[in-house]
Write a protein that binds this ligand. Sequence first.
Ligand SMILES: Cc1ncc(C[n+]2csc(CCOP(=O)(O)OP(=O)(O)O)c2C)c(N)n1
Length: 375
Amino acid sequence: MLKCEDLKKIFDENDLTFFSGVPDSTFKGWMNYLAEGNGMKNIIACNECEAVANCSGYHLATGKVGVVYMQNSGLGKTVNPITSLVDKEIYSIPMVLMIGWRGNPNDEKEDEPQHKMMGKIMFPLLNILDIPYKIIPEDKVEAAIVIEKMKKIAEETKHPVAIIIQKGIIDNYNWGENKEEKYEMLREDAIKTIIDNLDGDEVIVSTTGHASRELFEYRVAKEEKHRDFYTVGSMGCSASIGNIIALEKPDKKIFVFDGDGAVLMQKGALASIGNYGANNFYHIIFDNHSYDSTGGQPSVSESINFEKIAEGCGYNFIKKAKTKLELLDSIKELKEKQGPCMLIVNINKGSRKNLGRPTTTPIENKEAFMEFLNK
Ligand SMILES: Cc1ncc(C[n+]2csc(CCOP(=O)(O)OP(=O)(O)O)c2C)c(N)n1
């Protein structure tokens, strides 16, 4: 297994010291090591498209090569800046794409359904984009040879190259264990509190990661029929899904359970929500200032003001809850308000070690959701 300290040494030796991206749990250890600093520059991006632009800016400013880190689910987001900005036929900007391979068909344990397609098409997609790639070996000497070679290709061709990270290759550097307990609740407490205090006929769309998994498990625990839409992939898309359902179903109350990272990834959706003004739309953001589902690396949410953004976008009612008591009051208040509404719930990062995954398929979830919606 490749140790983070050894990988950092290899990157240093190749003058790869600038990183930008969105974290991936495939190389959670490295993400944690990077988040700690350890002498590297890490620009936390809100989406992978931005990370490519960040590494382009870095190259323009310094002439050096930056590293974009991402889960392969983010590769699609980078197709536009890769083809229209950094490609050798356009501005010809070298960079190293460090890509976590989810949905690897060779993995012993089958990955989640949302990763299967990208797991299969990642190499063909890189081929189409004319991006040379190599899978990183776990032996540090071999890894050093591969990284040095790929960096050289990037510099010589002035075009992106990719290094592919498989699950279990980089050691699990444990930085996330020292959790700061800044707030009162965990996301799971907040989800349970909201579910228990809604009327029961509300429609819920939940975001990717642990939020959907916790909601799913709570329905199971309560022996309730599944009725929620779990957006298992497509990070950042839940709010838009919910917004259109709200516009199409004006007699139903639509609640979106979102994460700060997901909202930041598709922040433009807030403008559309405000603009189309569905009065039955309720946007709950569980803000733990982190990408908790991929290991708790920081997002940039602590330095931004969701309330002001929502206000500027035209949300009708905006509230923030930091404690369970405030959450209970806010839910009561929210139910009486005309949307679009936003409730920001400050929570600590972290979730149960034994948290499961939805045991039903996405198609079964969709059908149960549509049946509930159209009742
Ligand atoms: C386009 C894309 N990039 C990265 C990921 C990997 N990923 C899955 S969940 C997650 C974190 C989501 O953070 P947030 O929305 O704040 O929710 P939290 O996990 O904190 O509950 C990330 C980065 C992804 N699924 N899709």
